[in-house]
Design a protein around this ligand. Structure first.
Ligand code: ATP
Length: 135
């Protein structure tokens, strides 16, 4: 069994889609092992998206993620990292995410794509430590 860091981003929280995200995680058979509604420090946001620091959208992405509440969760299960990314769908909600996925069903714009899920075991470990430093 594996752990992944899931975020419902501010667009998902504002639109009232937290229940929908959690419901799909649970229906898939994955388990919540931590769940927290919070606002994000600039420092945590910049560290979370450090790999995109040089991208033109970095500033606006950090701004977006820090301006509203997010839900941070640790999700566990067999192949949890891939399983959640399947539930989320591709990064671009129109061009990449299939209908039936969270982004495919509810998203229109790349930046406002509702959720985040770790993309590898290394990212999951790093992100879980960043978002839940208390363990
Ligand atoms: P996440 O890391 O949030 O799960 P991802 O792994 O599907 O998303 P990445 O390529 O790592 O996608 O991009 C991280 C996030 O940055 C995306 O989820 C999206 O919110 C934002 N993003 C990516 N590309 C763009 C872009 N061209 N314009 C604006 N925002 C973008």
């Amino acid at each position: 069994s594996e752990r992944t860091l899931v975020l419902v981003k501010p667009d998902g929280v504002e639109r009232g889609l937290v229940g929908e995200v959690i419901s799909r995680i649970e229906r898939k058979g994955l388990k919540l092992v931590a769940l927290d509604l919070r606002t994000v420090d600039r420092q945590v946001a910049e560290e979370h998206y450090a790999e995109h620091a040089e991208k033109p959208f970095f500033g606006s992405l950090v701004e977006f993620i820090t301006t509203g509440k997010v839900v941070a969760a640790i999700v566990e299960g067999p192949r949890a990292i891939s399983a959640f990314r399947q539930l989320a769908g591709g990064t671009d909600p129109v061009e990449k995410a299939a209908p039936g996925s969270l982004r495919g069903d509810y998203g229109l714009e790349v930046q406002y794509n509702l959720v985040h899920g770790s993309d590898s075991p290394e990212s999951a470990e790093r992100e879980i430590k960043l978002w839940f430093p208390e363990g």
